[in-house]
Design a protein. Structure first.
Length: 185
């Protein structure tokens, strides 16, 4: 299973003309032929957005990431195991402090990466919309069990968002299987 970010654009978009812009931002925009999804798109084109192997680590939709809850449950389980091994409360607290320090350093690195990724998405979409390559660009996140071509994705809804001050928050709060249509206004 892998998570992928895909894009939806109007059928008339000239991807060849947009190629320099796509390359500048490291985007793929490779056409995906998924009949199940295409039937829901009213003629729009469905594209693989990024060049990455998968988008599991993307910041898009990360506000709903269950990793933090899983980490807390894991730590609680680890503490119980350490107690059973005979670790003292002092030794466990020292272990937790070391683990916490490593987590803070890791979170600071992740936060910097997230800010950079959000800025890159904003710049890319803004450039696509402002150079009139398209008047709208859709983004869809889905956890695939199969291939991009065969997955039976049911779009749960369509949210319209603009390149406003809250754009980055909208990207962070993206839900799977909801199509987010971005426009300049």
């Amino acid at each position: 299973m892998c998570r992928f970010i895909t894009a939806v654009v109007p059928a008339g978009i000239d991807l060849h003309a947009a190629k320099p812009l796509l390359e500048k931002y490291g985007m793929s925009f490779k056409e995906v032929r998924n009949p199940f999804l295409e039937a829901q798109l009213e003629g729009d084109r469905y594209l693989r957005a990024t060049r990455s192997t998968c988008d599991c680590d993307s910041v898009l939709g990360s506000a709903f990431n269950q990793e933090a809850a899983q980490t807390a449950a894991t730590v609680t389980g680890d503490i119980e195991k350490l107690k059973k091994k005979g670790w003292s409360q002092h030794k466990i607290e020292r272990w937790l402090a070391e683990k916490s320090g490593a987590t803070v350093r890791h979170q600071q690195t992740d936060r910097s990466k997230s800010v950079a990724e959000l800025a890159q998405w904003r710049e890319f979409i803004s450039a696509m919309l402002s150079d009139k390559s398209t008047d709208r660009l859709g983004l869809l996140i889905h956890m695939y069990n199969g291939t991009l071509e065969d997955e039976q994705i049911q779009i749960k809804g369509i949210n319209h968002i603009s390149l406003s001050e809250q754009f980055e928050n909208s990207l962070l709060e993206m839900e799977e299987d909801v199509l987010y249509l971005v426009s300049e206004t």
